[in-house]
Write a protein that binds this ligand. Structure first.
Ligand SMILES: Cc1cc2nc3c(=O)[nH]c(=O)nc-3n(C[C@H](O)[C@H](O)[C@H](O)COP(=O)(O)O)c2cc1C
Length: 139
């Protein structure tokens, strides 16, 4: 059974709703899901999980949230080895450029990104289904 960490930051709950649906996908496939606020996660905890989904909305100017999520991401990205990783998050103002920037950063750090998923605003039914499918993939 896979143990999957879902590590996220969310200001207004949209990415949090995505995290909940990712967790449903993991448990629906028989995996164990743990939803963790990014401020409670660090590289020292990576060994506890088989796969990790990281969630952060578009913040700043097509950037990650910079006070809690970015420092955590900078701490862990070089330590992920070949662990399967998914990146997800919500956006509203543009068209998802922050995720392209994030994926490029992950690729540069050698992260094994198996999937990325973006949702406009709060996830609608299709968005929730896509989040669940992402969780199923990691389980
Ligand atoms: C300070 C701030 C910066 C933002 N920057 C962007 C951005 O660069 N691109 C974008 O598409 N949306 C941007 N947004 C919109 C958020 O990504 C969007 O509202 C998202 O749904 C918030 O997710 P959350 O509910 O998980 O916090 C920004 C919102 C805030 C408050």
């Amino acid at each position: 059974m896979s143990k999957v960490a879902i590590v996220y930051w969310s200001g207004t709950g949209n990415t949090e709703a995505m995290a909940d649906a990712v967790a449903e996908g993991v448990t629906g496939k028989g995996g164990e899901a743990e939803i963790i606020q990014c401020s409670d996660f660090s590289a020292g905890k990576l060994g506890d999980y088989d796969a990790i989904a990281f969630g952060c909305p578009a913040m700043g100017s097509e950037e990650l949230e910079d006070t809690e999520f970015q420092p955590m991401w900078d701490d862990v990205k070089g330590e992920l080895g070949d662990k399967p990783v998914a990146l997800f998050g919500s956006y509203e103002w543009a068209d998802g450029e922050w995720m392209e920037n994030w994926k490029a950063d992950a690729d540069e750090a050698g992260v094994n990104v198996v999937d990325t998923l973006i949702c406009y605003d709060a996830p609608d039914d299709e968005g929730v289904a896509n989040c669940r499918a992402l969780g199923e993939k990691l389980a």
